[in-house]
Each structure stands twice: as C-alpha cells, then as structure tokens.
Design a protein around this ligand. Structure first.
Ligand SMILES: [Zn+2]
Length: 331
C-alpha cells in the first residue's frame, strides 16, 4: 500500500535560513509576497483590506524580489517583454500563494474581471494572521519599524475591542500600558523571534500560544508584571472574576495532563471548583521524589511563573529548601 503524506506547511518556511544564516530564496519570496500584500504603510487603515491579483503581484516581484530581479539582470532573458516575464514566473508564484492560503496567512477575497480578454481572475488578501506576520516582517526594516509597530498596535487593539470576553478587555488594557511604557516594540520583537524560531506554528492560535513565554531582562520583566497587575486592576469586578476563573481552569487543564496522581489531583480540583482565586497544582520534590497536590492563590502562581527562581518551594516531607518544582504554565 502506498501512503502519500502531505506535510502540513508551517510558518517556518517563511523564515527558513541557509547555513550561512541568510534567508533562503523561497523564504524571501514568501516574505516579499506578504510585504506586497500590506502595500504602502502610509495609506493603511484598519478598516480596509487590500485585495490584489497574481498578475500585479508577479509584476511587482519581478522588480522587487532579489532572486527574480537579479536573474533577469544576469540572464539572456533580460530583454523579454514584461508580460512574458510575468507569464514565465506566475506558476511558481501561484504555488507560493497556495501555501500561504494553507497557512491561513492569505485568503481568497473574490474574483474580478480580467483586464484583458474574457473571464475572471482571483483576488487575494491577507488574513488577520497574515497581516500580523507581514507587519512583523516589516519591523525588520529600521526605516519602516515605527510605522509597522504603530499598525500592529492598531490591529491588536481593534481585535481586542471587537471581542467581548474578559481576556479581550484585559489584553486591551495591558497592550495600552505596554505601549505607554515603551515595551510594545520589545513585545513585537519577541513575536518576530517566535515566528522565526518555532517550527510548529500552523495558525494564529498556535502562534499566540507559542508567544506566551516572553523572556525579558529582569527589570523589564518586573515592569511587565506590574503593568499586568495594573491592567487587571482596571477591570470591573465581574470581568476580574471571569478572567481569574478562565486562568484557573486553563492552568489546571494543562496541569491535569502531566499529573501523576490523577485521583488526588482531581479530588482537590473538584473541592476547589468554586474558588476562582485558587489554583490546584501537582508538584514534585526532586529530593524525595514525592509528588503532592499544592493549592496556591492564583495571583501568587501567576507571579511565580514569571520568575524561574520562584518556581520552587520547601518540601514538607524531607524539609529541603527549593527541592519542590512547581510546573509553570502560562495562560
Ligand atoms: Zn521532599
């Protein structure tokens, strides 16, 4: 029996590098298509989409993609008409568009009448995930960084305003504070780093999940934690309760997947099911190898997660300091 396996594309393809640490020609072509899809940063507004067709895209790539433009400069094909050049390249561009759609970075916007001849041609546009990745790519250019970051901020803000959940409200407050305190650029640098390094991101949800661990220098990390606290305090009491309940269940859900004494863990979790200010964890002593259930105030747990040195405790059985490791899950 022959089984054909189609590898699910991951956004790693967009950031693939050669052994000498430069992007591969394929990676640059993906990046250029995304850059083209954003167009001119000056004219962007968050309520518009910018659909394009493959013909105009390919024409732009012939001028702006390093590999293709170099190719025409060097080769004997340099005197081809522009139209023939586009015809020659559109097959490859089409395959790349197809992969970008599979990655949920682009989508079909609709169809439009061809400018020459009969029939229609497909229009493409960025998805929300595509817009975020395209803008992150643009932050690499120091001349465009500020505008790309401004636009990223507007994009996130619009999403948080459109959502009505407690976590949308919290995120809106938190991002506002990141920006006021000059941490937003560091956050987008972290997002770019995540997209470049992770090999298993296939969509926006996985991207945000992979970005949860944000390693900052100690002083920035303390600042970010303080801003999180302020953002939380800015919520009304109903939103606070709902957010805590969601964080508690998120952490406990992840904890359940690694718990060794499931019965004890489940019992404790059931007992605390109505206490949204407490999170049930299972911890292990590295010294005596004993695992036991530890209930921590949610706020304390969230603080410990931010700082590795706090992810330990003294074992009540063998009495050794810092022998207990508290699994840290971010939500
Ligand atoms: Zn112990």
């Amino acid at each position: 029996m022959v089984i054909s396996v189609t590898k699910t594309p991951s956004i790693h393809q967009i950031f693939n590098k050669n052994p000498n640490n430069t992007y591969t020609a394929d990676a640059l072509l993906y990046q250029d298509i995304l850059r083209y899809s954003v167009r001119d940063l000056n004219s962007l507004d968050t309520n518009s989409e910018y659909p394009f067709n493959i013909w105009n895209l390919t024409a732009w790539l012939i001028e702006n993609n390093l590999e293709i433009s170099d190719d025409y400069k060097r080769s004997s094909n340099s005197h081809m008409t522009k139209s023939n050049k586009i015809q020659a390249r559109r097959g490859r561009v089409e395959r790349f568009l197809y992969t970008l759609i599979k990655l949920d970075l682009l989508r079909e916007y609709g169809r439009t009448k061809k400018s020459k001849g009969d029939g229609t041609t497909i229009l493409y546009c960025l998805t929300l995930f595509g817009l975020i990745i395209a803008l992150l790519i643009m932050t690499k250019n120091s001349k465009k960084r500020k505008k790309a970051n401004d636009y990223l901020y507007k994009t996130f803000r619009k999403e948080f305003e459109a959502g009505n959940s407690s976590s949308h409200k919290f995120s809106r407050h938190f991002f506002e504070k990141l920006r006021e305190n000059n941490l937003f650029e560091k956050y987008t640098a972290h997002l770019l780093d995540t997209s470049e390094k992770s090999e298993s991101i296939h969509n926006l949800t996985e991207f945000m999940e992979n970005s949860l661990v944000w390693n900052l220098e100690k002083s920035d990390s303390e600042k970010a934690l303080r801003l999180k606290k302020e953002a939380f305090e800015g919520l009304d009491s109903e939103a606070k309760k709902k957010l805590m309940n969601m964080q508690k269940s998120g952490i406990e859900e992840k904890m359940a997947n690694i718990a060794t004494n499931i019965e004890a863990f489940e019992n404790a979790r059931f007992e605390r099911r109505n206490d949204y200010e407490a999170v049930v964890t299972e911890v292990i002593c590295e010294k005596c190898n004993l695992s036991f259930v530890l209930v921590l105030p949610l706020s304390e747990y969230l603080k410990r997660v931010e700082f590795p040195q706090f992810q330990t405790a003294k074992c009540p059985t063998c009495d050794v300091e810092n022998s207990i490791k508290i699994p840290s899950f971010r939500v």
